[in-house]
Write a protein that binds this ligand. Sequence first.
Ligand SMILES: [Zn+2]
Ligand SMILES: [Zn+2]
Length: 298
Amino acid sequence: MIKIFFLSLIILFSNISIAGELLNIIFLGTGTPRPNINKLGPSILLNYNNEEILLDVGRGTTIRLNQIGNDFSKINNIYISHLHYDHIVGLGDLWLTSNLWQKKNDTNVYGPEGIKKFCNGLLKSYDEDIGYRYKDGNYSKLKCKNFAESTEEKSSLHVKPFRNSHGYVDKSYGFIINYNNKKIVYSADTTYSENLINNYTNCDILIHEIISVSKNIYDNNRKIQEVVASHTSISQLIDILKIAKPKLTILNHALLFGVSESDVLKTIFNEYQGDVIFAKDFMSVDLGEEINIFTIEH
Ligand SMILES: [Zn+2]
Ligand SMILES: [Zn+2]
């Protein structure tokens, strides 16, 4: 059963996991590369058993974490879907600010091939600042690892990357999160592929991207036509949902040009009767026996 609460809720992080039964998902940023104060860059915080994981670190992640009262201290594992900048531009800010907040543990960053090069560049870029502030070398380190070489971390949340299909980005992944017989899938940026369906089956919550462009804009903009080819259209999404049948679908990273969210939902519901909603920044989803959705007061 899915309950959506329109009342705001202040979440106290120490009380989030009730006897480890609930997984809490907080949408910190639901946007795209387009700057939008109400939809910051893609980033999702998972909290289970007092353990916190981030999926992607887009623009403004640190600000959103601060707004919901998170002090960064428990975010020790970050998963990056691909190296398009909108999914990773917030990493430097989060890492450096965590250090100002005296984070004790190092932070593991798991990503596709290229993640280490990215992290090395980041370390080099902030070398001067780190040198000024932490002369003793005592600060929380970024430990970046390719998915292929990352060893299984001791964790009650199992995060498994799978290849998606994101146009020219050949190293692009979605994630499957398993715990207690529950399954959440994060598509990240992708267009339709058979491999998606295989990974989406039997999932409780599917967090999926979407693109929709009005005919007029599409016909007159070659760049947008290229973008469309590497994302999921409404008809592709409907095909996916009809086969995968997730209990709840949350549309995220929505690239809408000349089309509204309600237009998209109307088209989907013409052909698919399951539960589908749009993600919003500060949306908080508890997954246990039921799925409950709140908005975090900020
Ligand atoms: Zn993106
Ligand atoms: Zn992308």
